[in-house]
Design a protein around this ligand. Structure first.
Ligand SMILES: Cc1cc2nc3c(=O)[nH]c(=O)nc-3n(C[C@H](O)[C@H](O)[C@H](O)COP(=O)(O)O)c2cc1C
Ligand code: SF4
Length: 499
């Protein structure tokens, strides 16, 4: 049984102490040993920066100088693999998120690849995560919701007639229904509106993959394989070492895999039906990029929402993905909309605010288990099943990794093949390199209190609070975020000796 949020938040865990390896110990370690992804791509080490959205693209999705600087800074730390943020496969406006839905985005993405190659001195393999997502609207002003957005339907009129015990509501003009609802009390609203209409009022309108009454949702299985395949082809043209299909968290493909997916057209319900589109996308991508181009999948080991998929489902999907020819599986957890907190009026619901969100990016305010390496058992279960079925597919784990010993222990016990760190790499993008050079004592340790996630939630340029500890805003070389208060990039670091 899952622990309730208030109970969980009672324990504050210290960041675990670290015993850093010497340069020689690091050189002999598993974490700093090479791995092959796909048929021939070799990553020099099993260190990994998973996708993180920094909110630095242009409003129409192009790579900016800030995007280049952000990834260059991560590349200087020379991780084995660096995965570029979730990048939209459609050619539709989506705010300052990177996009790959048209060939016009390719030149900028090529520059990004070159920048990472140069900054890592050819040591880091660069992947790009490609994503589809459905419409999520901001929570409306109630006045606007009733007077403009709510669809006044005959069933709604019937509900009103029943509740008010007055048949005339069955024929009531639209304006009258709207005006009545605008003034109605909560009990009335909860009685006459459907769950989805109430949700649209309280949280903002949000589409589901099982909204088969919407033609564009019905068409997803026809449309998405081609969109993902074209996006992957562009990634290949731009020079990325591989592509990662985003099947995790709150987005379209994760929702197809979800136990909550009740589509009745052969793409929902049973396990084989839920995995059907994700496999079709994988096959379409593979057909477009060829047998040797690395294609990974990031997906959920556990959705952590009531009625959602659990590790058993994830194990089953993992084997299907391996049979479908995926080159690695990166296992995440939670981050769903279903249990997200109610947003303020004018803001959009954020999938990392509920219990499932906590599990995706756990903080030091935790239950007895604490946030560190908390998701490893999911990756371990998937890897065990893969090996049992004869698949050598590499498995990547992430979530609360902050020391060399943690990572090395995970690899030693065969719980994963690569160990990723998002927030620790954000706190100190040089950390992998520092550890490899025997300079672990210089690592700036993440505090796991999620200041960065709060910025992501508000769609503000993501930075780490630790970067500003020595900030002098008047120093001319320091570039500041658009609010003028924070460093846009981590402080620079120069290794004392060549490597
Ligand atoms: C600011 C921020 C943005 C993120 N963006 C993405 C994303 O684009 N795609 C993704 O799969 N995960 C994303 N994540 C989740 C991380 O990749 C990672 O799974 C999570 O932070 C847990 O790992 P950690 O404990 O090492 O931070 C993001 C995390 C943060 C903090
Ligand atoms: S802001 Fe906090 S949680 Fe985020 S990377 Fe920095 S120290 Fe870690």
């Amino acid at each position: 049984m899952s622990v309730t949020a208030p109970e969980r938040k009672r324990v504050r865990h210290p960041v675990p102490p670290a015993k850093w390896p010497t340069r020689e110990e690091a050189a002999r370690s598993r974490w700093f040993s090479p791995i092959t992804l796909g048929t021939r791509l070799v990553a020099a080490e099993r260190t990994w920066v998973p996708a993180m959205v920094p909110w630095r693209a242009t409003d129409d999705g192009f790579v900016t100088q800030d995007v280049l600087d952000w990834y260059a800074r991560f590349a200087e730390g020379q991780p084995g693999v660096l995965v570029v943020e979730a990048t939209g496969i459609r050619d539709i406006p989506s705010g300052p998120l990177l996009r790959i839905g048209d060939d016009r985005f390719v030149p900028g993405l090529s520059r990004l690849v070159e920048t990472v190659r140069e900054a890592s001195r050819g040591r880091t393999r660069i992947f790009i995560q490609i994503i589809d997502f459905l419409t999520v609207r901001r929570r409306p002003e109630p006045e606007k919701y009733f007077m403009r957005y709510l669809e006044v339907t005959d069933p709604l009129r019937v509900q009103l007639a029943l509740w008010l015990d007055d048949k005339r509501w069955r024929e009531a003009p639209e304006d009258e229904v709207r005006g009545f609802l605008r003034e109605a009390d909560r009990v009335t609203l909860e009685t006459v509106l459907t769950d989805r209409e109430l949700e649209a009022l309280d949280y903002g309108y949000r589409e589901r993959v099982w909204d088969l009454h919407l033609p564009w949702i019905r068409e997803l299985p026809r449309v998405l394989p081609g969109l993902f395949a074209e996006a992957a082809r562009r990634a290949q043209t731009a020079g990325f070492d591989g592509v990662e299909l985003h099947y995790a968290h709150a987005y379209t493909m994760a929702s197809f895999l979800s136990r909550l997916n009740t589509r009745t057209d052969g793409y929902g319900g049973t396990l084989p039906h839920r995995v059907r589109l994700p496999l079709a996308v994988l096959a379409a991508v593979r057909a477009r990029v060829g047998p040797d181009y690395p294609v990974g999948i990031r997906y959920l080991g556990d959705e952590v929402v009531e009625g959602g998929s659990r590790v058993d489902d994830a194990v089953w999907f993992g084997i299907k993905f391996a049979e479908g020819g995926v080159d690695y599986l990166s296992v995440s957890k939670g981050g769903r909309f279903e249990d997200a907190k109610q947003p303020k009026i004018g803001e959009a619901v954020y999938p990392y605010t509920g219990e499932s969100g906590y599990e995706c990016m756990p903080t030091v305010l935790s239950d007895a288990r604490g946030p560190f390496g908390r998701n490893v058992p999911l990756a371990a279960a998937i890897r065990r099943a893969l090996r049992g079925a004869g698949h050598a597919t590499p498995v990547v784990t992430s979530g609360g990794i902050t020391t060399f010993e943690q990572a090395e222990g995970i690899l030693e016990r065969g719980e994963a093949d690569c160990v990723a760190a998002a927030r620790q790499s954000l706190a100190d993008p040089d950390w992998f390199r520092k550890v490899r050079l025997g300079l672990g004592h210089l690592v700036r340790r993440c505090e796991f209190t999620n200041y960065c996630e709060g910025l992501d939630q508000r769609h503000k340029q993501v930075t780490c609070k630790l970067w500003d500890r020595k900030l002098d805003p008047t120093e001319p070389t320091v570039r500041l975020a658009s609010d003028g208060k924070r460093r846009l990039l981590p402080p620079s670091w120069t290794a004392p000796s060549a490597d």
